[in-house]
Write a protein that binds this ligand. Structure first.
Ligand code: NAP
Length: 293
């Protein structure tokens, strides 16, 4: 029976860890079984197209990780590498072609891209039914209205973690620190759709600590190492640290937060692995939907 985060018992013992690595492994295994069934039934494998503009080392690494995970999940990956000087029009042309290619079931446009590219125009060239990374306006609207569609992968992964640890957001006070289009905003919408009372914090929020202290569920999505301190965690709260900063450091000060939280995600090994697992799962879902399975 899921527990409501708002009724989580205050605790003075260290928090339980939310093991994203193990959960992600189980999701990828199940996804691989579904991909194999899809291939047996249709004679073609689910296919994720990855599109990379330029050669930013971090982006190259992220795309390679996603391709490797595709292989494990029985998903074909088709990589499109474009030069750094690619224009918005050229990128839109590439994405439109992938959107209409029946052999491609999901599209991942690695971002951030060069500053000369109109990122929104590029994302919107991805057909909503292939938007398995959940970056289009259509996907955002689906998340906001609770309609079928794809979730942004990190927010979707966070919701899966909450479910796996029987945290029911209904009626709880959720505080999301960060309001980016790919992380903070959509995770707040998904929590709202599950009947949490959601507060967003950002760089202009006054007395961040006081707001965080009210939270039954804290989602840290800031990109500021160890910004959220243990003294601001309500005893027994669920702490989700989506931050990933140099040196494998999250946005939460883990050593102090673990002493007060009820459940907490480690960094690494919490939210991070869930992002790619969600991408894999949504790619197979996209393939199944496109073939009417
Ligand atoms: P982002 O686009 O830079 O957004 C950061 C947000 O934090 C903004 O809304 C900003 O407010 C807010 N903020 C900045 N400083 C703040 C402060 N001192 N107090 C309160 N709010 C503050 O970052 P992002 O792309 O959402 O990423 C956030 C973190 O998640 C990063 O560490 C990133 O590496 C990580 N991440 C992890 C994954 C994963 O797979 N695990 C995926 C994506 C991102 P304003 O809006 O006012 O500027």
């Amino acid at each position: 029976m899921p527990q409501s985060a708002s009724t989580t018992t205050p605790t003075t013992s260290p928090a339980r860890l939310m093991d994203g690595t193990a959960l992600a492994r189980r999701i990828v295994e199940t996804t691989a079984e579904r991909a194999a069934a899809f291939t047996a039934r249709t004679g073609t494998s689910p296919c994720l197209a990855t599109v990379l503009v330029g050669e930013d080392p971090a982006s190259v690494t992220y795309v390679r990780m996603k391709q490797n995970r595709c292989r494990k999940a029985g998903i074909v990956s088709r990589h499109v590498a474009l030069p750094a000087e690619t224009t918005t029009a050229e990128l839109v042309h590439t994405l439109t072609a992938l959107s209409t290619d029946p052999a491609v079931h999901g599209i991942l446009l690695q971002h951030p891209m060069g500053e000369h590219i109109d990122e929104r125009a590029a994302f919107e060239a991805i057909a909503p039914e292939k938007d398995v990374d959940g970056v289009t306006l259509s996907s955002y609207a689906a998340m906001s209205f609770g309609l079928p569609g794809f979730q942004s992968c990190t927010p979707g992964g966070i919701m899966r973690l909450l479910d796996a640890y029987d945290v029911d957001p209904a009626g709880s006070r959720a505080v999301v620190v960060g309001r980016s289009a790919i992380l903070g905003k959509p995770v707040g919408m998904l929590l709202l759709a599950r009947d949490a009372t959601v507060t967003y914090c950002h760089s202009r929020t006054k007395d961040l600590g006081a707001v965080v202290r009210e939270a039954d569920i804290v989602v840290a999505a800031v990109g500021r190492p160890e910004l959220i301190r243990g003294e601001d965690i309500k005893p027994g709260a669920v702490v989700i640290d989506a931050g990933y900063n140099p040196g494998n450091v999250g946005d939460v000060h883990f050593a102090s937060a673990v002493e007060r939280a009820g459940l907490i995600t480690p960094v690494p090994g919490g939210v991070g692995p869930m992002t790619i697992a969600t991408l894999m799962e949504q790619t197979v879902t996209g393939a199944e939907r496109q073939l009417g399975l």
